[in-house]
Design a protein around this ligand. Structure first.
Ligand SMILES: CC(C)(COP(=O)(O)OP(=O)(O)OC[C@H]1O[C@@H](n2cnc3c(N)ncnc32)[C@H](O)[C@@H]1OP(=O)(O)O)[C@@H](O)C(=O)NCCC(=O)NCCS
Length: 185
């Protein structure tokens, strides 16, 4: 279902550990909406601006926090948690709990700019998928301005739009959903 290419073979997916967090933060900060130059927005961006304490919190709380490593470098990471944990963001949590009895929510998926378009996100996703309970997997993606790479990636992975949200401050987002058997919701 998720064929591994030669390029992807040079990376290893491992559970995140405390020593990975500064590298995770460096990667995330490069993609922060507002700091990302317009010319590279077409490679995606992050809405949430988590700090080191937030990532340490995810390390403690999230069921899934994996890093893609290449030697000592971190090529990317993925963080996901299920309905048992209250997310740092109450609005998304409320919406998910209102609509789904059980789910795994991808909090962040992010790839170092030097590693984009080489299958790292696909590898991280496949690893998460293999570890998850058989419940819907969801991810919130900013729709205005559109995060085209993320939407394209997740559509390719079998997700489809599920709930539209208006964030405090007016940012429009869409929660995308993928059911276990590969069928979008
Ligand atoms: C979005 C992101 C995670 C993709 O990571 P990646 O490792 O480059 O993704 P992959 O190489 O596994 O790509 C898989 C597919 O996703 C789609 N895709 C990835 N990047 C894309 C881009 N810049 N434009 C259009 N489609 C893209 C393509 O369909 C691609 O398949 P292809 O290369 O065979 O055409 C990465 O660009 C990133 O970290 N962006 C900044 C942070 C972000 O936007 N995170 C998501 C927040 S919801």
């Amino acid at each position: 279902m998720f064929p591994i290419t030669d390029q992807q073979l040079s990376i290893t997916i491992v559970p995140a550990e405390p020593q990975h967090l500064p590298g995770v933060l460096d990667i995330a900060r490069c993609w922060q909406l507002g700091q990302v130059a317009d010319e590279i927005r077409d490679q995606g961006f992050l809405l949430a601006g988590w700090d080191l304490a937030n990532y340490a919190h995810f390390l403690d709380e999230a069921e899934h926090f994996y890093v893609a490593t290449h030697g000592r470098d971190i090529a990317g990471f993925i963080i996901a948690y299920d309905q048992r944990h209250d997310h740092l963001d109450p609005m998304l949590n409320r919406e998910l709990k209102r609509t789904l009895p059980a789910y795994v929510n991808i909090e962040q998926i992010c790839v170092d700019r030097r590693w984009v378009r080489r299958g790292v996100a696909t590898r991280l996703w496949a690893h998460l998928f293999a570890q998850c309970q058989p419940v819907p997997i969801v991810v919130e993606i900013v729709s205005s301005p559109p995060n085209v790479p993320s939407a394209t990636l997740h559509r390719k992975l079998g997700f489809s739009p599920f709930i539209d949200l208006v964030r405090p401050g007016g940012t429009l987002t869409t929660v995308w959903r993928r059911d276990r058997r590969g069928h979008a919701a």
